[in-house]
Write a protein that binds this ligand. Structure first.
Ligand code: 4BW
Ligand code: 4BW
Length: 149
């Protein structure tokens, strides 16, 4: 039975919904951009979390930021893919959630972001909350409770 079966939205917390860290593709701060692009292309995701060597959350990186970072005046300077590191292109201005945050905080966060990282008070990465999971939960809630008012 899923952790959210029969739970009302007001009783659901982010821990019930997040994709746990071991199932999340990620890259590390000092990886070359080439490695990050390989992870993104092979996994099929547009963007993934960036972690430091102790698995603390430091940002996110996506295909668009990588391509922008290597874009010169006239061409993509693809040699930069092996010269530049993830920390030079990543986005550090990201929202974050904690496991105990409410469903409503999660819903608000994924309005502006396709996924939001979940971390503890010391920034250790716990997982991600995706738009897909929030929308699935809203749909389930609608069909479970629509006739019960
Ligand atoms: O591999 C996939 N499997 C499934 N079932 N759906 C996928 C897959 N790749 C993409 N999708 C779908 C999802 O609905 O396309 C949406 C947009 O993908 P994105 O953003 O642009 O790569 C997916 O929407 P989502 O599940 O709400 O996920 C939102 C974003 O969260 C993704 C990606 O940037 C990130 N993400 C999701 N699962 C991840 C992940 N990043 C790392 N590891 C994971 N396991
Ligand atoms: O410029 C942006 N401003 C804001 N506020 N959010 C952005 C911006 N660019 C990306 N985002 C965020 C949004 O949450 O990243 C998501 C994924 O962007 P995408 O896919 O991979 O470029 C955005 O999610 P969304 O707003 O639900 O949009 C989903 C997808 O719909 C985008 C893009 O393919 C398309 N799209 C959205 N607005 C568009 C557009 N395509 C062309 N023109 C637009 N104005």
């Amino acid at each position: 039975m899923s952790a959210t079966q029969d739970k009302k939205l007001t009783d659901i917390v982010i821990d019930d919904l997040m994709i746990p860290s071991e199932k999340v593709a990620h890259v590390q701060l000092n990886n070359p951009l080439e490695h990050a692009l390989l992870i993104l292309v092979k996994s099929g995701y547009s963007a993934v979390p960036v972690l430091d060597s102790s698995y603390k959350l430091v940002g996110t990186i996506g295909k668009t930021r990588i391509l922008n970072a290597v874009l010169g005046l006239e061409r993509f300077e693809t040699e930069k893919l092996s010269e530049m590191r993830v920390h030079e292109a990543m986005n550090t201005d990201i929202p974050r959630l904690s496991r105990s945050d409410s469903f409503m905080n999660g819903l608000k966060a994924v309005i502006n972001y396709p996924f939001v990282c979940v971390a503890d008070e010391e920034d250790y990465f716990d997982g991600i909350l995706t738009r897909r999971v929030i929308l699935k939960q809203l749909k389930r809630d609608y069909f479970t409770f629509k006739d019960s008012t």
